[in-house]
Design a protein around this ligand. Structure first.
Ligand SMILES: Nc1ncnc2c1ncn2[C@@H]1O[C@H](COP(=O)(O)O)[C@@H](O)[C@H]1OP(=O)(O)O
Ligand SMILES: [Mg+2]
Length: 399
């Protein structure tokens, strides 16, 4: 069944005018049909009727993330082949971060021309507008254009350096609870990227503050499952996870077309569970995770990988639990969890803060979470929450 989208004027619907964004929507869900009113700037509100909501958006997001992954792979390959890596020169990383953001922003605008959305993304063009940023800007523009040319179309756009700056700065939105906001981490897990390990391109879509769609491109994640006790049955790497609200989670090879529906594991005995955590101890307390795992009776050692690739791996049942406990003072950003969280929840998992509250993406760029973020399946969540509470209480009383 194809997507049926009809647009028409809705003169009879009266709507208010907000300052930040121009999307006003009255959604009526009737027999699987979503009807919504939208308006762009001062034009009249427009109705969209779609039997497959967010289908176009998903196709655009998959295309954008796949191309951004191609750009990042090229930069990572060059980075690992050169001696730049050992000198800890951060410039190639910057080039990939900006390039990925510019490309995704450009493709979303190109593929969804009639849709009023904003983008909340990690990077801004400030440094690239300085004299010292000009060479980097030229390199980014080249990379973006090379990647667009690799799309295979005869008529691809050639972006100028100004176009690239504009595309990057389209990611300046603050998000919020009204309208459609894309949420982008152009390279999630920068440290993994530099090390030659895992990273992800993470793109989610918020509609009225709720995540309705997520795409995670994980260029270095094996297609076969990873996990403490599992053998890799293939050396092939590069996964694209995607989920749309109510439709489940799917995985395909990056650049491939065969998609497989994935599910979180259904283990109910914590002793059989394995857990994921950050590779970087600076990003999440390994001590706290180890205390929680001990309380649960988890026997397997932690599986440490960078980025939201952990959410992807969990969504296909590679492990059973993901624990993230950043150190005091760190504020979680929405782009670090939006895509990952829907990929896991649509695969049957649960994502909460350490107190069991759902994540609230409607408050702007930051997530107000209590102590940390935990992810697991429905069966294990009650015992995980008890173990987390106990471990946090013990930690608090030892201070
Ligand atoms: N001090 C920090 N504590 C927790 N997370 C951090 C910290 N610094 C950066 N991050 C972000 O944590 C995420 C990766 O976490 P991990 O790989 O440990 O799961 C990334 O989004 C990374 O940013 P970035 O997107 O710039 O790489
Ligand atoms: Mg990040």
């Amino acid at each position: 069944m194809g997507t049926a989208t009809f647009w028409w004027r809705a003169r009879s619907i009266s709507v208010g005018v907000g300052s930040d964004w121009r999307l006003y929507e009255a959604r009526i869900q009737k027999r699987g049909i979503v009807v919504s009113t939208r308006r762009r700037s001062s034009s009249l509100p427009t109705l969209i009727v779609s039997s497959m909501p967010y289908e176009k958006e998903l196709a655009a997001a998959k295309k954008a993330a796949t191309l951004a992954a191609r750009l990042c792979q090229k930069v990572q390959k060059a980075l690992l082949q050169s001696d730049v890596h050992s000198k800890s020169d951060k410039s190639p990383v910057t080039v990939a971060d900006y390039g990925s953001q510019a490309l995704i922003s450009f493709i979303l605008e190109r593929e969804l021309p009639s849709e009023p959305f904003s983008i909340v993304a990690e990077e801004d063009s400030g440094d690239l507008r300085k004299e010292s940023g000009q060479d980097t800007l030229k390199r980014i523009t080249e990379l973006v254009n090379d990647t667009l040319a690799s799309e295979g179309s005869n008529s691809f756009s050639i972006l100028t350096t100004d176009d690239v700056l504009t595309a990057i700065d389209n990611g300046k939105s603050e998000g919020g609870s009204v309208g459609l906001h894309w949420v982008l981490d152009p390279i999630d897990g920068t440290k993994g990227f530099v090390r030659g390990d895992q990273y992800a391109i993470a793109l989610g879509l918020l509609h009225e503050g709720k995540v309705v769609l997520g795409v995670l491109a994980c260029p270095n994640l094996p297609l076969a499952s990873i996990g403490s006790n599992q053998q890799h049955s293939s050396n092939e790497v590069g996964c694209l996870f995607f989920a749309k609200v109510g439709d489940g989670t799917y995985m395909q090879a990056l650049g491939g077309s065969t998609q497989t529906r994935v599910h979180v594991c259904d283990i109910d005995n914590p002793e059989e569970a394995s857990f994921f955590e950050s590779f970087e101890a600076a990003h999440s307390s390994h001590d706290l995770s180890s205390s929680i795992a001990e309380k649960l009776g988890v026997k397997a050692p932690p599986v440490r990988i960078d980025s939201q690739a952990k959410y992807g791996a969990l969504s296909r049942g590679d492990g059973a639990i993901y624990l993230r406990f950043p150190h005091k003072g760190y504020r979680e950003k929405i782009w670090d969890h939006a895509a990952g969280s829907i990929v896991v929840t649509e695969a049957g998992g649960i994502v909460t803060d350490a107190a069991g509250n759902p994540l609230d993406f409607s408050k702007g760029k930051f997530l107000d979470v209590v102590s940390g973020i935990i992810v697991t399946n429905q069966k294990l969540m009650p015992s995980l929450l008890r173990a987390v509470k106990e471990a946090l209480n013990e930690k608090a009383s030892s201070l």
